[in-house]
Ligand binder design. Structure first.
Ligand SMILES: Nc1nc2c(ncn2[C@@H]2O[C@H](COP(=O)(O)OP(=O)(O)OP(=O)(O)O)[C@@H](O)[C@H]2O)c(=O)[nH]1
Ligand SMILES: [Zn+2]
Length: 195
């Protein structure tokens, strides 16, 4: 995996450099790193590893809390410096078409894990080695990670990047995502502290 292209973008959250990573020059959906211009590489860098969720991130769906997590983390990173890694792992790695199928099954009573399994997938198909490679390519040695997901913590712990601190990224639960959040906590062991 290599850096394919990069450019500056001014945003509502501050100024960032957006860097596209992938193996092919004409990659259609590259993984991205949004590096705040305020980032100080000599200190532990504030990092959010975010998995793509088009419905939540772009359309503001309340079936999950992804959109709110994305804006909360960009706000923090834009203000304090840091890096948002945007992984193209839509639907926990099953893709958008299958995520919408999973939503249909959830509307019939299955939970998020059962729906994935019913479609022939693992409950969570994601891996975080790409995020580690991106941090290595950017020469990031020490990080504070914004997450509630123990698998992301584990992936960094097993890598050459030092995890100095984990910070929770808790968004208040809504009625429309209660089941989704409960499964995250009960099945995936997400650290949702309590609200
Ligand atoms: N298969 C499936 N994927 C979902 C569902 N709801 C949300 N997702 C996906 O779940 C992923 C959420 O990823 P992240 O925002 O990185 O969050 P996380 O793994 O919960 O970890 P943290 O937010 O860091 O605590 C995104 O890829 C969403 O598209 C669902 O019901 N089924
Ligand atoms: Zn989502």
């Amino acid at each position: 995996m290599k850096i394919l292209s990069q450019a500056s973008i001014p945003t509502d959250y501050g100024d960032f450099k957006v860097i596209a990573f992938g193996d092919h020059e004409d990659e259609y959906s590259p993984h991205l790193a949004l590096v705040s211009t305020k980032t100080n590489m000599d200190k532990p860098v504030l990092v959010r590893i975010h998995s793509e969720c088009l419905t939540g991130d772009t359309f503001g769906s309340h079936r999950c809390e992804c959109g709110e997590q994305l804006s909360a983390s960009l706000e923090r990173i834009g203000a304090e410096g840091g890096i948002l890694i945007y992984l193209r792992q839509e639907g926990r790695g099953i893709g958008l078409v299958n995520k919408l199928k999973a939503y249909m099954l959830q509307d019939e009573g299955l939970d998020t894990v059962e729906a994935n399994v019913h479609l022939g997938f693992d409950p969570d198909e994601r891996h975080y080695d790409v995020a580690v490679q991106i941090l290595e390519k950017l020469d990031v040695r020490e990080i504070t990670l914004l997450t509630n997901n123990p698998e992301k913590v584990e992936a960094i712990r097993e890598s050459s990047v030092k995890l100095v601190h984990r910070e929770p990224l808790i968004i208040p639960i809504r009625e429309s995502n209660q089941g989704y959040m409960k499964t995250k906590e009960d099945y995936f062991g997400h650290l949702l502290d309590h609200q």
